[in-house]
Ligand binder design. Structure first.
Ligand code: NAD
Ligand code: DAU
Length: 366
């Protein structure tokens, strides 16, 4: 398999490769394996930024091995020829923000369901071609999924064989995408693997998400809108570990299987916010209690034994990762100010305007 070993000269199609985790995957994969070539297919929604690929597009060691195509994964005419050239397809493309899925679910279904279907159909055509001897091997399809497909877990750890019980339109679209991929494996024998990653943080994350939103608001001494009691619990995974774990599953994962990718720290939102404020040297008094997210999942927690059995372990602990993340936003103000321009203001007002106006005030500490 050309995608299975470093140095094998594989060509990867990375959809959503201009987003937060996808661009990290592209940046680190091109550097780690000088034989690798990558095509990024990205629609460049509000969340996708060509600037996220600048480090590899401006480096002569990596730039010739990277091609960027702007387009929609639900567009079969664009997808077909790109999949035909690829040894493996990694689908990072998604509408990824739970709050936006509560405001406007349609785009989540377009990309998360129809888009995945179009990618699978293209992989099926290539699998058939391989069977007829028209290409050396069928493509492997890796669907990047999330711990949110398990829904809120009151206690214990989610295992891969657990029932999927998504509770937001975002999570339901992600579960649908996975189920379609597994169905194409069972029905047509497609080579499919799935990763279910935990809450990811680090550089280049769009500032609508908790960590970059709170870091950038705090830099500007603006209120930090904490939903409800702030005791919701997430498992925090540094982005370089998430991206490298995905590459590990691409190479070592068994066809038809899903792999949990847990983080390094199970923390409440309050604990995460306290950590980022401490790194920034900003006071807790910036934190405002606001109306909770509708249907807010209380806790995610996954068992990572299946991935560990493939020989994977995370490298970045939470304290180190949070310091690196906070410092990156401090040092890259132009990047996040650009992300917080244009449509950002309308979104911010819609999501937070009434919440902040009705806030009972500073959240109690502790
Ligand atoms: P992101 O929102 O930063 O990036 C998504 C990218 O997909 C953007 O570049 C966007 O332009 C692109 N895109 C959206 N719709 C598209 C379409 N129809 N066609 C082509 N490109 C399209 O998201 P992220 O945080 O990097 O997440 C990447 C993947 O990882 C997603 O599938 C998400 O569900 C999953 N995931 C994210 C996390 C997390 O904590 N961020 C955790 C687990 C899994
Ligand atoms: O668990 C994996 C998921 O993590 C990914 O699949 C999603 O793509 C990713 O966005 C993330 O989803 P969350 O909903 O957990 O992340 P978010 O950053 O939106 O919120 C993290 C927690 O912080 C959650 O409990 C809601 C809370 N929160 C978030 C925002 C944006 C607040 O209290 N206030 C906020 O303003």
């Amino acid at each position: 398999m050309r995608w299975s070993e470093p140095g094998s000269g594989a060509h990867l199609l990375v959809t959503g490769g201009a987003g937060f985790i996808g661009s990290c995957f592209v940046r680190q994969s091109l550097v780690a394996d000088p034989s690798l070539t990558v095509t990024v297919l990205d629609k460049l929604t509000y969340a996708g930024r060509r600037a996220n690929l600048a480090p590899v597009e401006s480096d002569s060691a990596t730039a010739p091995r990277l091609r960027f195509v702007q387009g929609d994964i639900a567009d079969a005419a664009v997808v077909g020829p790109l999949v035909a050239e690829a040894d493996a397809v990694l689908n990072f493309a998604a509408e990824s923000h739970v709050d936006r899925s509560i405001l406007d679910p349609a785009a989540f279904l377009h990309t998360g369901v129809m888009g995945v279907h179009v990618l699978l159909e293209a992989c099926l055509r290539e699998t058939d071609r391989a069977q007829r001897g028209e290409r050396p091997e069928p493509p492997r399809f890796l669907q990047v999924s999330t711990d949110e497909v398990y829904g809120s877990v009151a206690e214990g750890l989610s295992r891969e064989e657990d029932r999927l019980a998504p509770r937001s339109p975002y999570a339901a679209a992600k579960a649908a995408g996975e189920l379609l991929a597994v169905a194409y494996h069972a029905t047509y024998g497609l080579d499919v693997v799935i990763t279910r990653g935990a809450n990811t943080y680090g550089p280049y994350q769009h500032p609508e998400k908790l960590v970059p939103l709170f870091v950038t608001n705090a830099i500007d001494d603006q209120p930090l809108p904490l939903y409800g009691d702030g005791l919701q619990r997430r498992d925090w995974l540094y982005v370089t570990d998430h991206a490298a774990a995905i590459h590990h599953v691409l190479r070592r994962g068994a066809a038809g299987e899903a792999y949990n990718v847990p983080g390094e720290a199970s923390l409440t939102n309050r604990e995460v916010v306290a950590a980022l404020l401490e790194r920034l040297g900003k006071p807790w008094s910036l934190v405002q209690t606001v109306e909770d997210r509708r249907g807010h999942d209380r806790r995610y927690a996954m068992d990572g034994a299946r991935l560990a059995a493939l020989g994977w372990r995370n490298r970045v602990g939470f304290v180190e990762g949070m310091a690196a993340a906070v410092d990156w936003y401090v040092a890259n103000e132009a990047w996040w100010r650009e992300a917080r321009s244009g449509d950002w203001h309308a979104y911010y007002e819609r999501q937070y305007g009434a919440r902040l106006a009705a806030s009972p005030g500073a959240a109690p500490e502790g």
